[in-house]
Design a binder for this molecule. Structure first.
Ligand SMILES: Nc1nc2c(ncn2[C@@H]2O[C@H](COP(=O)(O)OP(=O)(O)OP(=O)(O)O)[C@@H](O)[C@H]2O)c(=O)[nH]1
Ligand SMILES: [Mg+2]
Length: 422
């Protein structure tokens, strides 16, 4: 099963605002009419219950949203960039790449829907219309579109099932799933028939229960033996376990103990989940004759076991009824805990203010909002300079420069532009 992947996402760049003036016949001094740039598209992740694996991301690992279009004359605004929506299975956890093993998640998509923005598109730049003032009727400046956000993400799928069906290979987990739900897992008389977790939905007294067959639980699975421990993490999200045991095995009680030891070695919390210990293959004559003996053996270790035949369905409805009962108790008890697990949204990064530092003789201004303006204007033109200067005052850059000790004639740099401070 493909349940872990790394992808790179890039949001759209904001379109640039336009510098433009009305050109009309018989109107000698048309006003500014440069439209705004469109915002860049966002990269959004959304969970859907119609897909169950991350396989879609196996080959394609890079996704980008559309760029915003530039603004144009006649106050025409640029079109917004198209969002890129990535659909993932319910149960996907999204982490930033730098955080593997950490606990800062970007999103925990535990329910269908819940769109989460993982990379914000850049804002579109303002057209020159916005820079008009009482004293400046012909603004030569506009704003560049904001840069896009880009990041590398880890998707990890943890299936969300109410009930996990565990047990050694070949005990009849798939058969039980096929009996209680519409799932059609492969069933065969050899171990490791099921190589990926299988989900099924069972209807029990008007309630829908999601069951997951967890394959590959053998001695040493927590060390990576057999199918490895990848699938065991799916157990972490189930609420109740049906622990299936082959009634024809040499020692059903020993099987149970060993599987539980294995679970505990992977994660001690797993071994504490409520379990319905269920002996399967009751229809086999060799199991029937040992029924009382097996019952007593379990009782001796303090466990009251269920007996079923996944093939004939005998005892299955009693087992499922008990599962519903326990599930109800667990959900009530753990109500608070579940809330904490819910989504964490990726906050939009705040635009930084103004910072000035010196590199040799040059005063370097770091002001993202200003950089967007100065990057596309010719500062040597006196009209342009006076207009930019007004923006410098407005954004607090002039004040920051004075504070840093800048005097007329000093060189100032911001982004790709350098000019003399006047
Ligand atoms: N007689 C009898 N045979 C059963 C019963 N349940 C399962 N089997 C048989 O046991 C074998 C294994 O069944 P599966 O359902 O594939 O077992 P599994 O636990 O899913 O096995 P893996 O996926 O390989 O781990 C098959 O041959 C089934 O027909 C049962 O209640 N009675
Ligand atoms: Mg199976």
């Amino acid at each position: 099963m493909f349940d872990w992947t790394e992808i790179r996402v890039k949001a759209g760049k904001g379109g640039d605002g336009a510098v433009s003036f009305r050109h009309e016949k018989y109107v000698p001094f048309g006003g500014p009419d440069g439209g705004d740039g469109g915002d860049g598209g966002n990269v959004i992740i959304e969970a859907s219950s119609s897909i169950t694996s991350l396989r879609l991301f196996k080959h394609k690992r890079f996704f980008r949203a559309g760029d915003g279009r530039n603004g144009m004359g006649k106050k025409r605004h640029g079109k917004r960039g198209k969002d890129m929506v990535l659909t993932v299975p319910v149960g996907t956890v999204v982490l930033p790449k730098t955080q593997i093993g950490g606990d800062t998640l970007i999103a925990d998509l535990a329910e269908p829907g819940q769109p989460v923005v993982v990379a914000w598109g850049g804002k579109g730049g303002l057209g020159n219309v916005h820079f008009t003032s009482a004293t400046n009727q012909a603004p030569q400046i506009a704003q560049k579109g904001e840069a896009r956000e880009e990041c590398v993400l880890i998707f990890e799928l943890k299936l969300i099932a109410d009930i996990g069906v565990i047990g050694y290979p070949n005990v009849g987990k798939s058969t039980l799933l096929a009996t209680v739900s519409a799932a059609k897992p492969k069933i065969a008389s050899y171990p490791f028939t099921t190589l990926e977790p299988v989900l099924g939905v069972a209807e029990v007294s008007g309630q829908s229960l999601v069951l997951a067959e967890i394959p590959g639980l053998i001695d040493g699975a927590h060390l990576g033996r057999g199918l490895g421990h990848d699938f065991l993490r799916h157990v972490t999200r189930t609420k109740v376990l049906i622990h299936l045991i082959d009634g024809s095995s040499a020692s059903p009680v020993e099987d149970m103990v060993r599987v539980n030891t294995e679970l505990g070695l992977f994660d001690s919390a797993l071994a504490k989940k409520p379990q319905l210990v269920t002996v399967n293959k009751l229809d086999l004559p060799q199991v029937k004759v040992r029924l009382d003996k097996i019952k007593d053996d379990f009782r001796a270790v303090g466990i009251s076991s269920f007996f079923i035949s996944a093939v004939t369905g005998e005892g299955v409805s009693e087992l499922m009824a008990e599962a519903v009962k326990i599930l109800g108790q667990v959900t009530v008890e753990r109500g608070g805990e579940e809330e904490v697990l819910k989504k964490v949204f990726h906050p939009r990064p705040r635009v930084a203010g103004v910072r000035v530092h010196k590199e040799g003789d040059i005063f370097v201004v770091v002001a993202p909002r200003l950089e967007r303006i100065v990057a596309r204007v010719d500062m040597s033109h006196p009209v342009v300079y006076s207009q930019v200067r007004r923006e410098l005052d407005r954004l607090g850059v002039s004040q920051a420069l004075r504070k840093a000790g800048a005097k007329p004639g000093d060189k100032v740099r911001c982004g790709s532009l350098e000019w003399d401070w006047l």
